[in-house]
Design a protein around this ligand. Structure first.
Ligand code: 5GP
Length: 206
């Protein structure tokens, strides 16, 4: 059996998808107040995006990192379930000291790829719960708090989870590109970056 072909992405291609998506984002939801980068794949896209979301003379958008890992587990009746484990979460102390809370903010969650959507669903739900809890404790309401999502690539396939529009509260979902359900090789994982770039160009992803 031959191995299924991978989808190779170059740095240039990712940079341009972030640039294009930043324009759409500014147009539809305005400048985010904070970017929540899901590590490690969301880190580089978040940093690129920030370049294009900032206008001259404005402050940089803060980027907060969170870490999530997916584990397949055997649930009830031998059904395979997916468990998400937090390996890193928001630094609320630093956020509140330098930035105030997330209540009322335009929040952008960034990851490199939306595959089964499990990770994005978890990140949105848990971040929403955190902000909701904080708002309750301060007697404030959540009405202006908006969650948007950006992924560089969205795999076109049936998803295991969905994103709650009510939680997003007018926030949007943007993918840089909708792609087939193939394994995507990212440049930051490449041992040979010249070969990675060559293959990406050959596939037209540059
Ligand atoms: P999910 O299935 O929750 O949407 O994606 C889980 C995570 O698996 C992603 O954040 C990403 O790190 C990883 N992943 C899923 N599909 C791919 C892929 O095609 N290439 C790479 N490099 N990582 C992937």
């Amino acid at each position: 059996m031959t191995e299924p072909e991978k989808y190779y992405a170059s740095y240039n291609c990712i940079h341009k998808l972030c640039q294009k998506s930043a324009v759409e984002m500014l147009d539809k939801i305005g400048k985010p107040d904070v970017i929540v980068a899901i590590g490690g794949g969301g880190f580089i896209p978040s940093r690129i995006l920030r370049t294009f979301l900032k206008r001259a003379g404005e402050k940089n958008i803060p980027i907060q990192a969170i870490g999530l890992s997916l584990y397949e587990d055997m649930g009830e009746q031998d059904k395979i379930g997916t468990e998400v484990v937090r390996t890193q979460w928001l630094d609320f102390g630093a956020l509140e000291k330098n930035f105030d809370s997330l209540i009322g903010k335009n929040i952008l969650i960034v990851d490199e790829v939306d595959d089964t959507r499990t990770t994005l669903h978890y990140a949105l739900t848990e971040l929403y719960k955190d902000v909701e809890k904080k708002a309750k404790s301060l007697g404030r309401d959540l009405s202006g708090t908006k969650f948007s999502i950006f992924v560089v690539h969205n795999k076109v396939k049936s998803k295991r989870a969905s994103l709650d529009k009510k939680m997003m509260n007018g926030g949007i979902y943007i993918s840089g590109a909708d792609v087939p359900d193939q394994w995507i090789a990212y440049p930051w994982e490449a041992f040979d970056i010249d070969l990675q770039t060559k293959l990406a160009i050959e596939q037209g992803h540059n």
